[in-house]
Structures are given as C-alpha cells and as structure tokens.
Ligand binder design. Structure first.
Ligand code: FE2
Length: 226
C-alpha cells in the first residue's frame, strides 16, 4: 500500500495538512490473533516514509498491535473497536489505521537527536493496523499527555484508508481531560467534516479488572472529500 512518487507527494501534503490542522486548530478539530509489538522504527515502510500515514503502512500489518517499547513510561491504555462500511453494519476488511501520539510528557519522542529528517516527525509512538474480515482493530499503548504548557487536549492522531476509501484523519481525546472543557466540546461538535479535519472523538476510558485503561470506538467509514 505504498504510493507511487507522485501520490506520495500528495499524501505528504495531506498528512502535513492533518498535522497542521490538529496543532493550529485544536479546539475546533482537534481477536484472537496474538499481539504483535509494532517495533517502532522497524515497521516503518522505508526510508522515504517522510510523513507517514495509513498509506505508508508496512506490508500486512496486523489488526492488533502494541505501540510502545516495554520500558516506555506511562499509564497503559488499550483502544479497540470495529471498522464498518458506510452502512454502519458491515465490518470493513482491509482498512489500514495509522495511529501516533505523544508520550507521557506530551512530547513526540525521538530515538535519536533530531537531524532534520522528517520521517521521525511523529516520534516513535506510532503504529499501523489493518482490519481483517471482522473489521476489528486494537492498539495497546500508553496514555499520551497534552503538549507542555499548551491548551490543546491530549490526543491520539489517526489516519485511515483502504479499499476505495480515500485516506482521512481522526483524533481521539479523553473525556476526563481537564482541557476538554464545555467550550472545547461545543466547538468540536460544531466542526463540519472535511478531508483534512474531523471532529475529535472523545473517549470515555474505563479500567478493566486488571486496572488497565480501555477505550472503545467503532469507526464508520466516510467518503468526504471536501
Ligand atoms: Fe498532535
């Protein structure tokens, strides 16, 4: 699912636009199979993965992944759900979901000093999933923190694509985040979806019997291109 050179450039602009929109307008945007650790850095499709998104996925990513390395500080978090076709009922097969987020300090962590290469712009807390016949996805990670000293809610960025659905973004916020104020919720609810922006999904996290935070969100695919 690696795009050709021309579409790669277009995708780069798309992913860049998604990131800029989420940063600049945060208040209004923003199984049964064994778990597979995404091994950040090794699942990167290639060295030309300049912005990365669903379209930059490595070959055949699993539907369930673990994003952080074992020693990553932070509160364990599992997010899962089912991707459905536009009818909201039929599980969507072969949909790629790319997720990336900050660490427990609100930083997109780099493995090496920033040398200017753009492929690490999203940090190493990221991974790709692809739905199977049941449409399910799951990623285990740590709960991200908000950017230090800023008002944007803590968030997880997503992009999704597959089949004949064009790539589009998503964002998760957390209902218990003090930065998700009534005003922020109101502005989020007022967003009209476009190719570059969607209202954030505000997840209510619950602890399972082992104390791990869990959030569930089912995704209904859309074809909005405006
Ligand atoms: Fe972000």
């Amino acid at each position: 699912m690696i795009a050709g050179k021309r579409s790669k450039v277009n995708r780069r602009e798309f992913i860049k636009g998604v990131a800029v929109a989420a940063v600049a307008l945060p208040a209004i945007t923003c199984g049964a199979s064994p778990l597979v650790r995404s091994a950040p850095g090794t699942m990167q499709a290639s060295s030309d993965c300049e912005w990365c998104g669903a379209g930059d996925a490595p070959a055949n990513p699993p539907a369930r992944i673990v994003i952080p390395p074992r020693d990553e500080p932070g509160e364990p978090l599992v997010i899962s759900g089912t991707v459905y076709q536009e009818d909201g009922k039929t599980p969507a097969t072969g949909i790629t979901i790319y997720a990336y987020h900050t660490n427990a300090a609100g930083i997109y962590p780099k493995r090496t000093p920033d040398d200017g290469r753009p492929q690490w712009r999203h940090g190493y807390l990221r991974g790709w999933m692809r739905t199977g016949r049941d449409g399910k996805y799951e990623f285990r990670t740590i709960k991200p923190a908000a950017y230090p000293g800023r008002r944007e809610p803590a968030h997880i960025h997503l992009t999704m694509s597959g089949g004949d659905y064009p790539e589009y973004p998503g964002t998760f916020w957390f209902a218990d985040d003090p930065l998700v104020t009534p005003e922020v919720r109101a502005r989020n609810n007022a967003i009209v979806a476009t190719r570059l922006m969607r209202p954030a999904v505000i997840l209510t996290l619950k602890r399972d019997e082992s104390g791990v935070l869990r959030g569930t969100h089912n995704i209904r695919l859309e074809r909005i291109t405006g």
